[in-house]
Design a protein around this ligand. Structure first.
Ligand SMILES: [Zn+2]
Length: 506
């Protein structure tokens, strides 16, 4: 995620509505139809991962998704499992007094007043038989199943779920606005069991409060024929009958599945390496968005190691918080497509594209180790300017955005509030607000990565990033994984350096 810069300055909104031509829809399908063969890296990575098969009927008038889901769940831990947990994130949008937005943002998230979104479970089965379940947690956002027979390490079971999802009228990650429907964090997704046990965190208002494992997806969406769908994965086919189009989508080794749809999307595409980059837009400057996204994939392919997925989509959305990353898809605030906002459009797209490596490929616990993806992504955004335009531009962006921007904010705040906790490494809900979170996790985090680069030099720094990607892609990494990798590349111990930056309270 990258909140929109200059939150208080109102950007000019472009209100031009553009009708999709039948020809552009046909063009989209031709491109997708020829792009579904998989990279061998993904085919290998996909083995042994959980698999989700989801069938969706989308009713835009009611803002509803009617879903059937089947998950082949594999016990990838070294312990017997007797319970399974799933996040029901849509329920975080159910109640106004438990909303996922800071109070001062509510009018921006809900311009027409609060609108409830939720997930209603109708049936759960385990290996075809009905299974008792409990829904609990804050805002009813956790599902717990008690298995009749415990699942031994390496064993798998098939969980069936039938449910309905109500999309709220909401300009956050999940919901719909005037132009787009955003299905993000919209289906029951397995909670992660790691060395700390089950991770059952709720959908906190600060940060990107998600943590998941790579999995495979086969998703079928039935939607009115005029809707174009941008999604995680590869669109294998679109068949239309009686005005309803059936979209079949497959994704291998991705840690989430998101889709955005509109009856106004236009699409531009450009191939970079093995990846077809798409820009879905409904206002103007879709070509600029494509250029920024394609260029970011190009420079990061060189700097971090090649992006293994066949598709990457930059999607203009009714979204008020800058940009938000999902695997193979990023949603971008549509106000940034205005002519006067292109500088921010580029910065946000570069940031969300860097997340395709630091979050998408190399995952981490985004609630407890947010700096690991967010700090590195913010610093990678600065790297994009250097790799694309040269050192002078990079230095300028580092100065403006980090040293004199986010990092300066926390330094100035500390002058008036000397007791303010400046620890970077803590859970998202321990930060007092988005501004301090932003300053520490993004700003101070980027300064920390800049410092390590200065100390070890560019050659070793980029070797670390490449190896970090290579070693941990399709899995989750933590602080110790990154530090021991830097230690092994440089032959020195950097734990003290990181501990000072991460844990010193000033
Ligand atoms: Zn981010």
């Amino acid at each position: 995620m990258r909140p929109q810069p200059g939150k208080t300055s109102k950007l000019i909104l472009i209100a031009a509505l553009i009708t999709v031509l039948a020809a552009s829809l046909a063009a989209v399908l031709i491109r997708f139809g020829s792009e579904h063969s998989q990279n061998p890296v993904l085919l290998t990575a996909a083995k042994g991962l959980n698999s989700y098969e989801i069938s969706v009927d989308f009713d835009p008038t009611a803002g509803m998704l009617y879903c059937n889901q089947s998950i082949v769940y594999i016990n990838r831990t070294d312990k017997d499992i007797t319970h399974l947990y799933f996040h029901l994130y849509p329920n975080a949008y159910k109640y106004e007094d438990k909303a996922v937005f800071p109070q001062e943002d509510m009018h921006r998230a809900y311009p027409s007043g609060f609108s409830s979104g939720y997930l209603e479970l109708e049936e759960v089965t385990v290996n075809g038989s009905g299974c008792p379940y409990t829904i609990g947690g804050y805002s009813e956002n956790l599902l717990m199943l008690v298995l009749d027979d415990s699942l031994a390490p390496g064993e798998s079971t098939v969980i069936g779920m039938k449910y309905r999802v109500k999309l709220p009228h909401c300009l956050g990650r999940f919901g719909y606005g005037d132009h787009t429907y955003k299905a993000a964090n919209w289906y029951p997704i397995a909670c992660v069991y790691d060395k700390n046990g089950w991770n059952l965190d709720r959908y906190y208002p600060i940060g990107d409060p998600f943590y998941s494992e790579a999995a495979n997806y086969h998703v079928t969406i039935r939607a009115p024929g005029e809707y174009i769908i941008a999604a995680t994965g590869d669109i294998l086919s679109r068949r239309e009958k009686d005005g309803i189009a059936t979209w079949t989508i497959k994704a291998l080794a991705v840690r989430d599945f998101a889709w955005v749809t509109s009856d106004r999307f236009k699409v531009l595409s450009r191939k970079v390496g093995k990846t077809m980059v798409h820009s879905y837009y409904f206002s103007s400057n879709g070509d600029k968005a494509l250029d920024y996204g394609a260029s970011a994939i190009e420079v990061f392919n060189d700097a971090f190691g090649e992006y293994p997925y066949k598709q990457f989509s930059i999607v203009e959305a009714d979204f008020y918080i800058g940009g938000m990353e999902y695997p193979n898809l990023v949603m971008i605030d549509h106000s940034l497509y205005a002519q006067g906002a292109l500088k921010w459009l580029e910065l946000i797209i570069a940031h969300e594209t860097a997340h395709q490596w630091w979050y998408g490929l190399v995952g981490n616990n985004q609630i407890r180790d947010a700096w690991l993806d967010e700090g590195l992504t913010e610093y990678s955004t600065v790297l994009y300017y250097g790799l694309r335009y040269g050192r002078e531009k990079e230095d300028q962006m580092y100065r403006e955005e980090i040293a004199m921007g986010k990092y300066r904010y926390i330094q100035e705040l500390a002058r008036s509030e000397p007791d303010i906790d400046q620890t970077i490494h803590k859970a998202a809900y321990e930060f007092p607000d988005w501004y301090v979170y932003d300053a520490l996790v993004y700003g101070k985090g980027a300064v920390m990565f800049h410092g390590i680069r200065k100390r070890i030099g560019d050659e070793k720094f980029f070797e670390v990033l490449k190896k970090y990607h290579e070693k941990y892609r399709f899995t989750n990494a933590d602080k110790d994984d990154l530090i021991s990798l830097i230690n092994s590349v440089t032959g020195r111990d950097w734990e003290e350096y990181f501990n000072k930056w991460l844990y010193d309270s000033n």
